[in-house]
Design a protein around this ligand. Structure first.
Ligand SMILES: Nc1nc2c(c(=O)[nH]1)N[C@H]1C(S)=C(S)[C@@H](COP(=O)(O)OP(=O)(O)OC[C@H]3O[C@@H](n4cnc5c(=O)[nH]c(N)nc54)[C@H](O)[C@@H]3O)O[C@H]1N2
Ligand SMILES: Nc1nc2c(c(=O)[nH]1)N[C@H]1C(S)=C(S)[C@@H](COP(=O)(O)OP(=O)(O)OC[C@H]3O[C@@H](n4cnc5c(=O)[nH]c(N)nc54)[C@H](O)[C@@H]3O)O[C@H]1N2
Ligand SMILES: [Mo]
Length: 822
């Protein structure tokens, strides 16, 4: 979403779903994986007569309450979505005023950009990468992108998009996706209606889209469609990324991914030798006149972060302690790369905190090999995990030679999130403060206690023994009442940030805005001269001089639009619907008077949400997508994604049919794949692995930890796989019988669930069977011992963020010894 809208977060809020006319759940199964949030879909259906469409390889529990369902072959959503865009353009179902003004449709693209046979220009097969030079606008002498507002120029984004989607005819969509043409066209028709300014669709997705080697492009397909329909910024609209773990949104916000710093700032690379070089690519000038291009403030957030980290040791003279930051020598250390290094013996110590990779990461045989090569594995978890016990032999369920494994394993029992105080950030970016629900048992200690103790001991060692560059550790700000256990309140206040000197209004030097030592009211007051500090700029406003905004529980909702501005705090700046300026037209009036959110009164913006635009920004000049350089939503992502400015159909790495656009392509041509892993993948159309497998969750379990709970264990006691009646008949498999399922990387045994919920699909003239594999079993806990999909899954990820390709791979299946159980 960031390459399209400017921010990578769910655009709207859970409570806003009630405002929609049409919900499309594609690439997720919200009724099962987000049952609480799904109640807002039920509200929209019951109160507004909203319709629900589900597109999923399986007829899920979400599908069972839908108005319209269509099946799709795993890993083919781009073809489907590009086909819907083609349909909208061909049938003039476009919200033209929105597209012309609020998207990049009119911008002109360089002549060198083009595509053929499933590849864009500039592809180098040896590097598995594109040269992106030509993926850019034509820039005029004034530094701004050239445009053709009449949309006649063949090089304008709109005409390029129109030509690009021409391939995806209904026949082509059916051929690639296996979705019957009549079902597909009915869905096109339902979606296209939402191009009217007073009709709005919302998209709910999760892993059915992300866990593919082209996951980011799946999401971009929907982001572009929603721009064409004029549904971004609208109440009841948006692209809603439904997050997973209760605080996974918080995890990305505070920079726990190896390539980021809190607030979506970039971790420097080793080529960025000093702060000036680092900042030189982050100046973000506006590329159209008069636009906000808010990332121009980057330096303020970066310097404030450095001040939060190193306080008085971060000065103008030492480049704000830029040298203290680690520098990346590769784009990032994602988990696939890290485990690959571990499997090659390049890692000695692995600290595994709140994570059970032996079950949750792909190609378990490789993970076991990798963990066996460590000297020390430290597991911080409230529960026993399979990862901590990877060296134990559990028969077929974990068939290892324990005597041959030399890794030392230390388990540090932690508290569980339910026993802690703090904020959990939900998908809708709400930071909701919570209080401990129970007292931690036994020797369990909070994660902060464990990490603080380790830090203070490492620091003491550096103090005693020195080292090549101890400064980042010795000088780290650690200003807590109890240094051995900083409180959640102290950490939250630090993330919000405070003034380090009196802050005066830059336009009126006599006006004191914030006095030294006070909590910052918002990120608008941050400075790049060292006079402010903030651990995570987007959280500014969450703990102000008025107290803990995240603990607020006032459910007042003027206008009944579901924004609830006094309930907790939402980043950024308590906005509930991102890009909400786009809910109004060029005069600043709501497109749909029944969906009024914010409006322009001739002097300023106001309404039921915090405006996502400067309060006095003229509606005719300043466009709504303030985080992009263009000010508009991007139909052409320029160099934003490694695998192309438009989404193009790519097969999964393991696929039953060749890419119909270019049979020579394998998977995503720009995805990184390690050579040993490629050798472990089935060939395209491999007759030894004829079936497509996908993996997913069940509502009765949460990953691998609820199997410790007897009630959940009783509800879903045993590992099974789902297959169609046709596949069962073809292979002589009985309902409830035992089966063996194997891929090129491993095998599992399971109970067969023969179901009408999965049907064979016809793709490129070939019958394709889908095998469904749920996620939740292992060899520890109260359930029966079992397996999960990851003994089978391939070790490859998305080209842009390396989320593993868990949702589409090849397997074989046969009946196995053992009695039928039901
Ligand atoms: N009860 C419960 N709830 C959970 C979790 C849990 O373990 N248990 N886990 C949480 C976490 S961390 C996450 S990330 C979320 C995940 O939330 P979801 O993504 O909704 O969950 P999944 O069941 O993994 O996958 C969703 C659906 O994607 C479909 N699918 C597979 N491949 C494709 C494809 O190529 N295209 C399309 N259109 N659909 C496809 C699957 O059939 C499945 O129905 O759930 C969260 N909520
Ligand atoms: N094939 C396939 N594989 C998948 C997926 C899929 O759909 N298909 N989904 C993927 C996704 S989206 C996810 S999120 C992963 C989930 O994979 P994991 O995150 O590995 O699974 P969990 O069981 O949720 O592990 C979280 C651990 O955190 C512990 N924990 C709970 N509270 C605390 C705490 O306060 N402190 C500490 N230190 N620990 C705590 C729990 O006891 C648990 O052991 O699986 C991924 N793997
Ligand atoms: Mo997740």
């Amino acid at each position: 979403m960031a390459p399209t809208f400017g921010r990578g977060a769910m655009t709207n809020a859970w409570t806003d779903i009630k405002n929609t006319d049409l919900v499309i759940v594609m690439g997720g199964n919200a009724a099962e994986a987000h049952p609480c949030g799904f109640k807002w879909v039920t509200e929209a259906k019951a109160r507004r007569g909203a319709k629900l469409i589900v597109v999923d390889p399986r007829f899920t529990r979400t599908a069972s309450v839908s108005d319209y369902y269509a099946p799709i072959r795993p890993g083919t959503d781009i073809a489907f979505l590009m086909g819907v865009i083609r349909y909208c353009i061909a049938n003039d179902k476009v919200q033209w005023d929105y597209v012309k003004n609020y998207t990049s449709a009119a911008l002109l693209v360089r002549d060198g950009f083009g595509w053929s046979e499933g590849l864009f220009n500039g592809y180098d097969p040896d590097k598995r990468a594109y040269d992106m030079t030509e993926w850019d606008y034509q820039i005029g002498e004034d530094g701004f992108a050239l445009t053709d507002p009449s949309l006649k120029d063949p090089r304008c984004v709109w005409n390029l998009l129109k030509a690009h989607v021409e391939t995806y005819t209904p026949e082509m969509v059916e051929r690639i996706c296996g979705t019957p043409k009549d079902r597909y066209l009915k869905i096109c028709e339902m979606i296209a209606e939402c191009s009217a300014p007073n009709k709005v669709m919302t998209s709910l997705y999760a892993l059915g889209w992300t866990q593919h080697s082209k996951g980011a492009q799946n999401i971009r397909g929907m982001a572009m469609l929603q721009l064409i329909l004029g549904n971004i910024g609208m109440p009841g609209g948006g692209v809603n990324a439904l997050r997973g773990h209760s605080n996974i949104q918080g995890l990305t916000d505070i920079g726990l991914l190896s390539s980021s710093i809190p607030g979506y700032l970039n971790m420097p690379t080793d080529k960025e030798v000093d702060f000036t070089t680092f900042m030189s690519t982050k100046l973000n000038p506006a590329i159209r006149p008069g636009q906000t291009s808010y990332w121009q403030n980057y330096r303020k957030f970066m310097v404030s972060f450095q001040k939060a980290m190193w306080g008085d040791h971060a000065t103008a003279e030492n480049d704000w302690a830029y040298d203290y930051l680690p520098k990346l020598d590769v784009p990032y250390y994602d988990i696939l790369r890290f485990f690959d290094m571990m499997s090659k013996g390049q890692v000695n110590l692995y600290f595994c905190q709140g994570f059970n990779p032996l079950l949750s990461f792909p190609n378990r045989a490789k993970l076991t090999e990798a963990l066996s090569k460590l000297k020390l594995l430290v597991v911080m978890d409230p529960l026993q995990t399979e990862t901590a016990a990877f060296w134990q032999n559990h028969g077929i369920y974990n068939d290892v030679n324990s005597a041959a494994i030399q890794t030392e394993v230390l388990e540090l029992p932690t508290t569980c999130f339910g026993e802690d105080e703090g904020a959990t950030v939900n998908s809708g970016r709400w930071l909701q403060w919570h209080w401990p629900g129970a007292t931690p048992p036994g020797q369990a200690r909070a994660d902060t206690w464990i990490l603080s103790n380790i830090f203070l001991r490492v620091k003491a060692l550096y103090e005693k023994e020195g080292g090549p560059f101890p400064d980042p550790i010795l000088n780290l700000s650690w200003d807590y009442k109890d240094p051995y256990e900083p409180s959640s309140a102290e950490l939250a206040r630090e993330m919000n940030g405070r003034a380090l000197a009196d802050l005066y209004d830059p336009t009126d030097a006599s006006k004191l805005l914030v006095k030294a030592g006070a909590q910052l009211p918002n990120f608008g007051v941050m400075r790049d001269d060292g006079s402010t500090m903030s651990g995570c700029w987007i959280y500014a406003g969450s703990w102000t001089e008025d107290g803990n905004m995240m603990a607020r529980r006032d459910n007042e909702d003027p206008g009944d639009v579901g924004t609830f501005l006094k309930w907790t705090f939402a980043w950024p700046a308590n906005r509930r619907i991102l890009y909400n300026r786009a809910s109004a037209d060029l005069q600043g009036k709501a497109w749909d008077p029944t969906r009024k959110l914010i409006e322009w009164d001739g002097a300023k913006w106001s309404g039921f949400d915090v405006p996502d635009i400067a309060p006095t920004a003229d509606p005719a000049t300043v466009m709504p997508f303030i985080m992009t350089n263009e000010g508009v939503g991007k139909l052409f992502s320029r160099k934003g994604l490694k695998d192309g400015p438009f989404p193009t159909h790519m097969e999964p790495f393991e696929s039953p049919i060749a890419n119909v656009l270019n049979p020579a392509l394998r998977g995503n041509p720009a995805a990184r794949v390690f050579p040993d892993d490629l050798a472990q993948m089935a060939a395209v159309g491999d007759s030894a692995f004829p079936f497509v497998a996908t993996s997913y969750r069940l509502t009765e379990h949460f990953h691998f930890w609820t199997k410790h709970n007897k009630i959940n264990a009783a509800l879903q006691p045993e590992f099974f796989v789902e297959i169609s009646e046709q596949l069962a008949a073809e292979r002589g498999i009985k309902q409830g019988g035992r089966v063996r399922v194997w891929s090129k990387r491993g095998q599992v045994w399971a109970v067969a669930l023969v179901t009408k919920r999965i049907k064979p699909l016809i793709c490129d003239g070939k019958t394709v069977h889908v095998v469904g594999i749920p996620l939740h079993w292992g060899f520890i806990g109260a359930t029966r011992k079992g397996f999960g999909p990851n003994s089978l899954t391939p070790f490859v990820g998305d080209a842009n963020i390396d989320t593993p390709e868990f949702k589409a791979f090849l397997v074989n299946i046969e009946p196995s010894a053992g009695e039928a159980v039901s």
